[in-house]
Design a binder for this molecule. Structure first.
Ligand SMILES: Nc1ncnc2c1ncn2[C@@H]1O[C@H](COP(=O)(O)OP(=O)(O)OP(=O)(O)O)[C@@H](O)[C@H]1O
Ligand SMILES: [Mg+2]
Length: 338
């Protein structure tokens, strides 16, 4: 069983307009409402990949109900602590004329110390039966930034391996507790290292630096350019197939699900990278923040390429990943972590 934790979930509304005109009525070409929250996405994708999972988290109000109902409909087990107020509704506006997205992300409702304590207590017995625990997304505004760090230590004590997918201070403090695997994108790794990572060599170097602090596996996702993975002395580059991209929100969560499923099956990180890369690409192909289907993941799986990086190219000769880093920059404008 894979356990996921989403302390600050969201319902995502994605609107596509042909051309954004500020101050005018907009006629969206497409509008989607999807249950979001990074851990919830990880559970939904793990379930599609055929592995049992349980999504833990905190929900509030009718917006929270949308998430609970979707998980029930999809047959994904969940356990939520309910708090007053409303789960946040995150809006992303895509302007088709520029190809740019702008996100309006609420901080989410304050959840109260007693709800956080209760959830932590209720999750505790599951850490003994779930070999993999994914902690994902931002924290509620009133949660201590050490919250993930505490879960990581508790999970390790119970014999579970953790995947941490977050950003900013919770990521920095989480890494100090040595999660088993982290999956930042380039912007998140740049935030963690407090420096720019302009090319593949710099990304590999940055991932190595974090791995040296005691994180077993560091996977840095680079959007359409794939992902770099460092495990000890080994470095791999995962290259996704070329797909027709709709919106890539949720691709990172899908990748985490692939990594988690392979870990739960006892497979190598290379198998996890392969499955995660196919799942990330499948999600990039569907609109809104909807996730890719199992059938698409299976179809893409044989097209994923995994290369061992023996020698990292000097920065000046590597154009492809400079582009990945620029993509990340563009995304940073409109996307914070869930
Ligand atoms: N356009 C794309 N084409 C093919 N594969 C993609 C594309 N975008 C993403 N992927 C796959 O999904 C993985 C994760 O995507 P990305 O780097 O965008 O994650 P992220 O920034 O964490 O996203 P999010 O947090 O919104 O889920 C990539 O490493 C890649 O393998
Ligand atoms: Mg992400």
């Amino acid at each position: 069983m894979i356990a996921t934790l989403t302390l600050n979930p969201a319902v995502d509304k994605t609107i596509r307009v042909p051309r954004l005109a500020i101050g005018a009525i907009q006629r969206p070409r497409e509008s989607h409402l999807d249950p979001g929250g990074k851990g919830i996405n990880v559970s939904r994708m793990a379930d599609r990949l055929g592995w049992p999972t349980i999504a833990f988290g905190i929900l509030a109000g009718q917006v929270g109900e949308i998430i609970a109902q979707t998980l029930d409909r999809e047959g994904v087990q969940s356990y939520f602590v309910q708090v007053p107020g409303q789960t946040r509704l995150n809006v992303t506006l895509f302007d088709e004329s520029t190809g740019r997205g702008t996100g309006f992300y609420d901080p989410g409702p304050p959840v109260g110390a007693s709800s956080l304590r209760r959830l932590e207590k209720d999750v505790a017995p599951w850490l003994k039966v779930c070999p993999v625990v994914a902690l994902a997304g931002s924290l509620p505004p009133d949660a201590e930034p050490t919250t993930y760090a505490r879960y990581i230590r508790r999970a390790r004590a119970a014999g579970a391996r953790t995947i941490l997918d977050t950003s900013g201070e919770p990521l920095r403090l989480g890494v100090e507790s040595r999660p088993y695997l982290i999956k930042p994108n380039v912007a998140e790794l740049e935030g963690l290292l407090e420096r720019r990572l302009p090319d593949l060599a710099a990304i590999v170097e940055g991932a190595r630096e974090i791995a040296a602090t005691g994180v077993e596996i560091v996977v840095v996702s680079m959007g359409a350019r794939g992902a770099v993975c460092v495990e000890g002395e080994s470095v791999w580059l995962a290259i996704p197939p070329r797909v027709e991209r709709r919106t890539t929100i949720g691709s990172g969560d899908s990748m985490v699900a692939g990594l988690a499923v392979a870990m739960a099956r006892g497979e190598s990180v290379v198998e996890g990278l392969r499955l995660g890369t196919a799942a990330g690409a499948a999600t990039a192909m569907v609109p809104g923040t909807e996730l890719g289907s199992a059938a698409t993941v299976l179809r893409l799986l044989p097209e994923v390429r995994i290369e061992r990086l023996e020698q990292v190219q000097p920065p000046s000769t590597d154009r492809s990943v400079s582009r990945a880093s620029r993509d990340a920059d563009r995304q940073r404008a409109g996307r914070a972590d869930g």
